[in-house]
Write a protein that binds this ligand. Structure first.
Ligand SMILES: Cc1cc2nc3c(=O)[nH]c(=O)nc-3n(C[C@H](O)[C@H](O)[C@H](O)COP(=O)(O)O)c2cc1C
Length: 359
């Protein structure tokens, strides 16, 4: 219950070459170094996997990887590493106009772990700067439901390296930073497609619920303002905190609350937040995009937030506008009753519901 946000985004940099004396290590070090400040600033955790160190044999799992029934420890370790990632950067050379066999083998070992995540390439080689290797790899990664992004770094060894190191160049460094930026944007957009974005039944199909990431807050703020316009009309006042909250204030308050985002096909369509206050599970800012109102999403999300309460919580509580009849009706149908509270935001009423004892 300690986390208020989802885990930081994790980028796995995969060094494909296993050749003793490989250039790949220096290229990976360079990529990590020139993107480090951006990664730190964006709260992105970068892990580097050297296929040479993983020591995967040629595929030796008896079952198809889509079964996930791995019998070997080396596969389980690789599986955990890839599953933990939100996006990949493949540092790959070109061998005989194609990808190194080590990369194809490492890809073949797994299945679901790769799916619905973006992949970027940092390629290198002689005449074609490794681009033919990338083209071949794209065919494989798309089969695994990865999404190759457009931004790419392609290094011609003779032009871009010297003494086994990438030469200093503002232009290539900018390109590398652009790769990380695009990769993480696409990773965020693809996240709702993933099985680990909790796909919960809900009243309509295609809904996912996930704890917010800091990067979600601007979108939440837009939805919040949009939803509270109706509250302003219903209560005949603009004196409602959710209408005026700034992004910085939302960022600050989100450290105290757990905030869940509901998406449908990637679009934020609803949100709710909650936090413990003694034995009370305070629920707030329940919002549903206007074009999704009336489909049962509010009641369902309220129930979802209740289910997230810690074991110690004995009651649920929330505030709503005193003239927000539709909201009050929704809460009363969910078992809430109007109650008095010591301190109330202006123009609001307080509702509580005892938690049903389980077992
Ligand atoms: C088996 C092999 C095949 C290669 N084939 C190509 C090729 O088709 N195109 C190319 O541009 N470079 C080719 N090269 C040159 C590599 O791009 C270059 O040696 C690079 O440093 C290999 O990456 P690594 O040092 O990380 O293993 C080949 C190198 C090897 C070892």
């Amino acid at each position: 219950m300690s986390t208020t946000f989802r885990d930081p985004m994790r980028v796995l940099v995969i060094v494909a070459s296993t050749r003793p004396g490989r250039l790949g290590t220096a290229i990976a070090d360079w990529f990590v170094r020139v993107t480090k400040a951006d990664a730190e600033h964006g709260g992105i955790a970068v892990d580097v996997a050297h296929l040479a160190e993983l020591d995967l044999p040629l595929l030796d799992e008896p079952e198809h990887p889509s079964e996930g029934a791995y019998v070997h420890e080396h596969t389980r370790r690789w599986s955990q590493r890839v599953a933990a990632a939100d996006a990949f950067v493949m540092i790959t050379p070109e061998y005989n106009y194609g990808m190194p066999g080590s990369l194809k083998n490492a890809l073949d070992f797994l299945y679901h772990e790769w799916a619905w995540k973006p992949v970027a390439f940092v390629s290198y080689g002689n005449t074609s700067a490794g681009t033919r290797s990338v083209q071949m790899t794209k065919q494989v990664v798309t089969t695994l439901r990865m999404m190759p992004i457009g931004a790419t770094v392609a290094l011609r060894i003779a032009d871009s390296t010297s003494d086994g190191q990438v030469v200093e160049s503002m232009q290539i460094e900018e390109t590398a930073r652009g790769v990380l930026a695009e990769l993480t944007r696409v990773a965020d957009a693809m996240h709702p497609l993933r099985a680990d974005a909790e796909s919960v039944g809900g009243p309509i199909d295609g809904l996912t619920v996930d704890l917010a990431r800091p990067g979600d807050l601007a979108e939440v703020l837009v939805l919040q303002r949009c939803c509270w316009v109706e509250e302003a009309l219903a209560n005949d006042t603009l004196d409602l905190a959710p209408l005026h909250e700034t992004l910085d204030e939302l960022r600050e308050s989100s450290k105290q609350w757990r905030l869940w985002c509901v998406r449908r096909h990637g679009r934020l369509i609803a949100a709710v937040r909650a936090r413990a206050h003694g034995a009370t599970w305070m629920i707030g800012r329940l919002m549903v995009a206007p074009d999704y109102v009336g489909k049962g999403i509010g009641s369902w999300l309220l129930e979802y937030a209740e289910q997230m309460a810690p074991a110690e919580a004995t009651q649920f509580a929330l505030f709503t506008g005193q003239r927000s009849e539709r909201n009050i009706g929704l809460y009363e149908r969910a078992g809430y009753a109007l109650t008095s509270a010591e301190s109330m935001p202006p123009h609001s009423v307080y509702l509580t519901k005892q938690r049903a004892l389980v077992g």
